[in-house]
Design a protein around this ligand. Structure first.
Ligand code: SAM
Length: 235
């Protein structure tokens, strides 16, 4: 499967980016006539045929649409900046577990305040290709937690992942809260500052949820929380 940000129209040719062309011909060793699935994140998935496989130019001919576009669940993952490798794992798993956006957040105990958003976006594309999604999760540049909460859209419920949160019954509250817009919040290696926790627990759109008795690493917590959300609410 290949993500191409182009219009996909049956019978029209698509020229993938050079590195994608090399991936098809040098890495996947595809030759003329090979069938590939294309998606552009906007209007579904299409079958395509490799019609040119030269060193410098690769061309695909778009065939029939195989799947219409379906909007992903309106689920954001809000994750504090953690070590690069872990953050890359979080983005990959968020793509596999259906997050529509990954919003990066800087909390009081977050050690970094910037990251390579472009690299994370490329990881999201690769994960979307692999996992069969029709959209690519959007990576949103880091924002301070207080600023994010000040501008929060109160129609979006926030599943605040914290050891002090409620256990599964809180999930019933989460499910009962209904609503289609959600976000899951995961803190940094050092957890949330007590005042941040205080503020979050006091907000009307926040449901604190515990992920169990053990302290999970941020990447484990993100994966567990997204899986829990999908189990409780995902459609
Ligand atoms: N809070 C711990 C501390 O201060 O030592 C460690 C933070 S943990 C490495 C990073 C984030 O994962 C936490 O801020 C929280 O969002 C989430 N998390 C980890 N374990 C959790 C649990 N048992 N329940 C809910 N969230 C958890």
């Amino acid at each position: 499967r290949l993500f191409v940000p182009d219009n996909l129209i049956a019978g029209e040719a698509v020229v993938p980016a050079p590195e994608q062309g090399r991936y098809l011909t040098a890495v996947m060793r595809l030759t003329v006539g090979a069938e590939i699935l294309l998606f552009n994140g906007r209007d579904g998935e299409w079958r395509a045929t490799l019609v040119e496989a030269g060193k410098r130019n690769v061309r695909l001919l778009v065939g029939a649409r195989t799947r219409p576009q379906v909007a992903p669940p309106d689920l954001d993952l809000v994750v504090a900046l953690v070590k690069r490798g872990r953050l890359e794992t979080i983005v990959e798993k968020a793509a596999e577990l259906g997050a529509r956006r990954v919003r990066l957040v800087v909390t009081r105990r977050t050690n970094a305040d910037h990251t390579n958003v472009g690299r994370l976006q490329a990881i999201a594309v690769e994960a979307a290709e692999q996992t069969g999604r029709l959209d690519v999760p959007e990576i949103v540049a880091p924002e301070k937690l207080d600023r994010m909460l000040n501008g929060w859209d109160a129609d979006r419920r926030l599943m605040f992942c914290d050891e002090t949160g409620g256990l599964p019954p809180a999930l019933d509250a989460v499910r009962a809260a209904g609503g289609s817009s959600w976000a899951v919040l995961i803190g940094p290696e050092g957890g949330f500052d007590p005042e941040e926790g205080e503020r979050l627990r006091g907000l009307p759109f926040v449901t604190p949820v515990s992920l169990g008795p053990r302290i999970l690493r941020a990447d484990t917590a993100a994966i567990a929380a997204l899986a829990l959300w999908q189990a409780a609410i995902g459609d």
